[in-house]
Design a protein around this ligand. Structure first.
Ligand SMILES: Nc1ncnc2c1ncn2[C@@H]1O[C@H](COP(=O)(O)OP(=O)(O)OP(=O)(O)O)[C@@H](O)[C@H]1O
Ligand SMILES: O=C(O)c1ccc[n+]([C@@H]2O[C@H](COP(=O)([O-])O)[C@@H](O)[C@H]2O)c1
Length: 230
């Protein structure tokens, strides 16, 4: 499953889990983009931060792993390259590429998109707010095997990275939209804060009410913890 994962959220994880189950896949490899060329001009967090958040989010699932192929390519990320690299690493595997309904809508704008269908089967998953359809691909799919692209309805998770970033920038909670470790990573690395909002006193701000396992001691609308205690 490819994505910018800025940050990775439970919508991504549910999509991966559902597709793994439906297709009885051995594993799901999450592939954070290196340089997402269609997001050029937008603020995208450092690839290493997005990679590490993806590792944190997937660490507890033995069927999930994270690949650095796109991060380490150090040029614009094209899925056709992702699939070529994964194919080289797993020559005997049948590759499936998982994509949400919004990404599927734009797939004809991707670099060398026709070759992608030679390298992997595609799975389009539903996403709230987007139509899950293949009409725009009908001409191309006419010559392809029936399983070249499958559409799958998954539990609706109305979560986006855009909303998570906005929430973090406004000091509103992202708890339960992203895995706990990702909330903590965002806080530790001060991601998504408006410029100038960084603290310089060794403390970090964790937004929103604390979940039970959090040992923060104060319970104001924005809690402050000493970095040494986290
Ligand atoms: N809530 C969701 N449900 C299903 N699929 C999703 C969901 N969120 C993202 N996806 C899919 O996961 C892949 C990676 O998405 P991406 O990392 O761009 O997240 P995003 O939430 O769409 O980010 P942004 O809001 O920054 O555009 C894409 O194929 C996207 O369609
Ligand atoms: O190959 C391309 O040209 C291409 C263009 C846009 C997006 N993609 C891929 O689509 C996936 C989701 O991208 P994004 O930017 O919506 O997170 C990710 O794996 C990207 O590399 C790929």
């Amino acid at each position: 499953m490819g994505g910018t994962f800025d940050p990775i959220h439970h919508g991504h994880l549910v999509a991966a889990s559902e597709v793994k189950d439906r297709f009885d896949l051995d594993e799901v490899i999450f592939v954070p983009t290196g340089q997402p060329w269609q997001k050029a001009g937008k603020n995208v967090s450092a690839a290493e931060d997005r990679y590490l958040m993806t590792v944190i989010a997937t660490a507890s699932n033995p069927s999930f792993s994270v690949s650095r192929v796109d991060v380490d390519r150090h040029k614009d990320t094209y899925t056709v390259d992702t699939l070529r690299d994964l194919h080289d690493q797993h020559p005997d595997a049948d590759l499936y590429f998982i994509t949400g309904a919004d990404a599927l809508e734009t797939i004809l704008t991707w670099q060398n998109w026709e070759e992608m269908f030679e390298l992997a089967k595609f799975v389009g998953v539903s996403r709230p707010g987007y139509e899950l359809g293949i009409d725009h691909l009908a001409d191309h799919l006419a010559g392809q095997p029936a399983d070249a692209l499958t559409l799958v309805e998954i539990p609706a998770m109305a979560i986006s990275s855009t909303d998570c970033r906005l929430r973090a920038s406004e000091n509103r909670p992202v708890w339960y939209l992203v895995p706990d470790g990702v909330v903590q990573y965002i806080s530790k690395r001060n991601l998504y804060r408006p410029r100038g909002a960084e603290r310089h006193d060794g403390a970090i701000t964790v937004s929103g009410p604390a979940p039970q396992h959090d040992t923060g001691t104060t319970h104001n609308s924005s809690r402050t913890q000493n970095r040494e205690n986290t």
